[in-house]
Design a protein around this ligand. Sequence first.
Ligand SMILES: Nc1ncnc2c1ncn2[C@@H]1O[C@H](COP(=O)(O)OP(=O)(O)OP(=O)(O)O)[C@@H](O)[C@H]1O
Ligand SMILES: [Mg+2]
Length: 270
Amino acid sequence: MNNQSPAIKTDNLTRKFGDLTAVDHLNLSVERGIIFGFLGPNGAGKSTTINMLTALLPATSGSAGVGGFDIQKEPLEVKRRIGVAPEGLSLYQRLTASEQIELVGRLHGLTHAEIERRIPPLLDMLELEDAVDKMIIDYSHGMRKKTALACALIHAPEILFLDEPFEGIDPISTRAIKKLLRDMRTGRGTTIFFSTHVMELAERFCDQVGIINKGQLIGTGSIPELRRRVNLSEDASLEDVFLQMVGTQGEEAELDWLTAESVQMPQKDV
Ligand SMILES: Nc1ncnc2c1ncn2[C@@H]1O[C@H](COP(=O)(O)OP(=O)(O)OP(=O)(O)O)[C@@H](O)[C@H]1O
Ligand SMILES: [Mg+2]
């Protein structure tokens, strides 16, 4: 175990699906103990990257180290050190939240007593106590996401991978989760790698961000660094930086039937 290594380091990490290159020679380095926001348009390759880094999906070529361990050669060492809430959630529908969290805790080698100690405050923080005896199949979308997050947290991982963790989560829980993640970073030096589309959140919450577009990393660093790179002034928002780097598409689309003042109604066939 090499504590001097970055939390995450990729070397030309690539994933193809048939002819499509979803992640294209990604070279990314994330230092330990920071909150890193991974941004990019829909289909840019964020989830594919997270799935490779968490050993859920094999890479087509290239390599990556997580916590100092090779994701392809030492996937079990990687899995031991990480917590992950993937896009697909992968929950057992017929378990309750407690059972699902317990299962993940046991897989990580925690004792039953320790899991029993950790679950109530975790459910309390996530406001899931009322759902504790319900099966996951009967949960709302937000409740499932919170359950997946609890599973990612039960074993106090060194590095946390969260794919759009705040999507579908109400403002009360969002605030509680953000506070916890900050405390984990500050208290234990946990590295938090998460994807999001919410620029305002990323702007206030992340120490560093990376922007991916069409599978390629087009910028990484602190927000002031990225601002300087695209020659934007200090008051430019992360959204401005993002749009400048990625480029706007779709704004010019001809949608006159939706936007024109007088709309011709469809004629009935005669
Ligand atoms: N299992 C798969 N089979 C085929 N193509 C896939 C598969 N998974 C992802 N892709 C493709 O890879 C590209 C990247 O997808 P990915 O899910 O990584 O994007 P994303 O950045 O997470 O997008 P979003 O913001 O919408 O979640 C897309 O073009 C997607 O269609
Ligand atoms: Mg995704």
